[in-house]
Design a protein around this ligand. Structure first.
Ligand code: SF4
Length: 448
C-alpha cells in the first residue's frame, strides 16, 4: 500500500460493480448470509456466504487485540477463504475476481474502521492486493446503488426481503424449539426450510415475484406450527439485545440462545432488520432537523432541497415498515411469533423516560429502548450480549442495568472475547433462577 497517500483506502474500498465477480458475504448467523447471497445470485452476482469461525488463529495473528471481536472473526474468515482459493486455483487464482463485502456505519464507534483495517491487512499480502472490499454504508441506508449496472430498485427490495425472512425464520425457531417433542426436530426442520427459501430467492428474486417466495414461507410456517407440543406449559420469556453480529453469531456468543433454552427460557432476540430500519429512520430524522435549521436561518433554497430529501427517505422508510408489518401479520395468522419493535416507538420510549437519545446514535439507542420495551411487554428477563469492550453495549449496560434493577426485571450482561468463558453457564443458571422467580410472580407475560 502507498502509505504516504493511503490511496488503497480509496481505490480498494467502496461500491464496485459485482456482476461476474465472486461476492463474499460474511456470516453472522446460519440463515441471513445464505438468503442474501441467493437473492444476489438471482441478479447475476456470484454471491456466496463465507464459512465462519474456523480461522480464529488467523484473525488473531493479523489483529492486535484492540479491535472488536467481529473484526477479528471476519478477518480470519476472509484470509482463510482467500488462502484456500489460492491453493485450489493455483495459477488460475485471480484476486481481482473477488469482492469481500464489509458494510460500515459512520460511527461514532469502530464499525466504520473494520473495512479500512482489513484493507491494510489484505494489502500486506501482495497476492491479495487486488481483492476489493465492497462497502455499503449506513449514511445512505445501505443503498445498493452501483452494485449492478442497471436499476437497483428490485435488487434492494429482494435484499430487504431476504433479511426480513431471515428474522422470521429465526423467530420461528425461538418460538417452537423450546416446545418441540423430539430434541433436534426444530433445527432439522429449519435447515431444510432455509434451503427451500434459498432456492426460492435464487429463482424468484430478480423476477420481482415475491408472492411466490411468500407462498413458500406460508407453507414453512404452517408446517412449523405442528412441531410444538401443546401440553408443554408457557416458559418464561427472555429478551436479547446487543451488538448485532455477536447476538446472532452462535459460535461467537457460545450458543447463548440454546443455553438459555436449555435452562428453561423461551427467547426473543432483537431482529436484524431493526438496524436497517433504524438507518432509514435516522436519515429521515436528520433531513427533518436540517430542514428546521435551514428554515430558522432563512435558507429557503436549502430548505426546499431538504424537503425533497425528507420525502425520498420517507418513501424508503414507509415502504420498509409497510412490508414488515404486512409480512409479520401474514405469518402471525398461522403462528404467533413475536412481533418486532417499531423504531419510532423505541425513540418515543427513550424520550418519554429521558434516559438516552437517538441524537447519540449507535446501537445503544436501539438496545436501551429495546430492553425497556421488553420489560413493558412483560418479559421475565433481559440479556445484553456484545463483544468485550464494545462501546455502545457498555453504554447500554450502564443505563439499562440500574433501570432493570429498579423495575425488578432480571438483567444479564454477556461480553464475549473469543475465549471460552468458564463461568458463563453458571451465570446463566443463576440468571434463569431469577427469571423463574419473576415468571412465577407475573404469570401474564404479555404475549398476545
Ligand atoms: S458496535 Fe461495538 S463491536 Fe461493533 S464496532 Fe462498535 S464498538 Fe465495535
Amino acid at each position: 500500500m502507498d502509505v504516504s497517500t493511503f490511496q488503497s483506502l480509496n481505490s480498494g474500498i467502496g461500491v464496485f460493480n459485482a456482476e461476474n465477480k465472486t461476492f463474499l458475504i460474511p456470516q453472522m448467523n446460519g440463515t441471513g448470509a445464505y438468503l442474501l447471497a441467493a437473492a444476489l445470485r438471482s441478479f447475476g452476482i456470484q454471491a456466496q456466504a463465507l464459512d465462519t469461525y474456523n480461522a480464529l488463529d488467523l484473525g488473531k495473528e493479523y489483529t492486535s487485540g484492540k479491535e472488536c471481536l467481529p473484526c477479528l472473526i471476519t478477518t480470519g474468515d476472509i484470509l482463510k477463504f482467500l488462502n484456500d482459493e489460492k491453493e485450489k486455483e493455483g495459477p488460475l487464482f485471480k484476486p481481482d475476481n473477488y469482492i469481500f463485502f464489509m458494510p460500515e456505519s459512520d460511527g461514532p464507534c469502530r464499525f466504520g474502521m473494520y473495512n479500512k483495517y482489513q484493507r491494510i491487512v489484505l494489502d500486506s499480502f501482495p497476492e491479495f492486493r487486488s481483492v476489493k472490499i465492497g462497502s455499503l454504508t449506513s449514511r445512505d441506508g445501505y443503498s445498493l446503488d452501483g452494485l449492478v449496472g442497471y436499476d437497483v430498485r428490485v435488487l434492494r427490495k429482494a435484499a430487504y426481503l431476504s433479511v426480513l425472512i431471515t428474522d422470521i425464520l429465526n423467530r420461528l425457531v425461538w418460538r417452537i424449539r423450546p416446545y418441540e417433542r423430539t430434541e433436534g426436530e426444530t433445527d432439522r426442520f429449519i435447515g431444510k426450510a432455509v434451503a427451500i427459501m434459498e432456492e426460492a430467492f435464487e429463482r424468484y428474486g430478480a423476477q420481482n415475484a415475491f408472492g411466490s417466495i411468500l407462498d413458500l414461507l406460508d407453507e414453512t410456517v404452517e408446517q412449523a406450527g405442528r412441531i410444538p407440543d401443546p401440553s408443554i406449559e408457557q416458559k418464561p420469556l427472555v429478551g436479547i439485545v446487543g451488538e448485532i453480529f455477536l447476538r446472532v453469531h452462535d459460535q461467537a456468543n457460545q450458543d447463548l440462545v440454546k443455553m438459555l433454552e436449555r435452562y428453561g427460557a423461551e427467547v426473543v432476540n432483537a431482529s436484524l432488520i431493526e438496524w436497517i430500519n433504524y438507518t432509514s429512520y435516522n436519515r429521515m430524522r436528520d433531513a427533518k432537523m436540517q430542514f428546521r435549521l435551514d428554515l430558522k436561518q432563512f435558507r429557503i433554497g436549502d430548505a426546499k432541497e431538504d424537503l425533497k430529501d425528507i420525502l425520498t427517505h420517507a418513501v424508503d422508510f414507509f415502504y420498509q415498515q409497510y412490508t414488515q408489518r404486512r409480512i409479520y401479520k401474514r405469518v402471525q395468522n398461522n403462528l404467533p411469533i413475536a412481533g418486532d419493535h417499531r423504531v419510532a416507538h423505541l425513540e418515543r420510549i427513550l424520550k418519554r423516560d429521558d434516559v438516552f437519545s437517538f441524537d447519540v446514535g449507535t446501537e445503544a439507542c436501539l438496545s436501551i429502548s429495546g430492553i425497556m420495551a421488553y420489560a413493558e411487554n412483560g418479559f421475565n428477563g433481559v440479556v445484553n450480549v456484545y463483544p468485550f469492550t464494545c462501546m455502545p453495549s457498555s453504554i447500554t449496560s450502564s443505563i439499562a442495568k440500574p433501570l432493570m434493577n429498579k423495575q425488578g426485571v432480571p438483567y444479564m450482561d454477556v461480553p464475549c472475547d473469543a475465549s471460552q468463558q468458564p463461568g458463563r453457564e453458571t451465570d446463566i443458571r443463576t440468571f434463569m433462577y431469577q427469571v423463574y422467580q419473576h415468571h412465577r410472580g407475573n404469570r401474564d407475560n404479555g404475549r398476545g
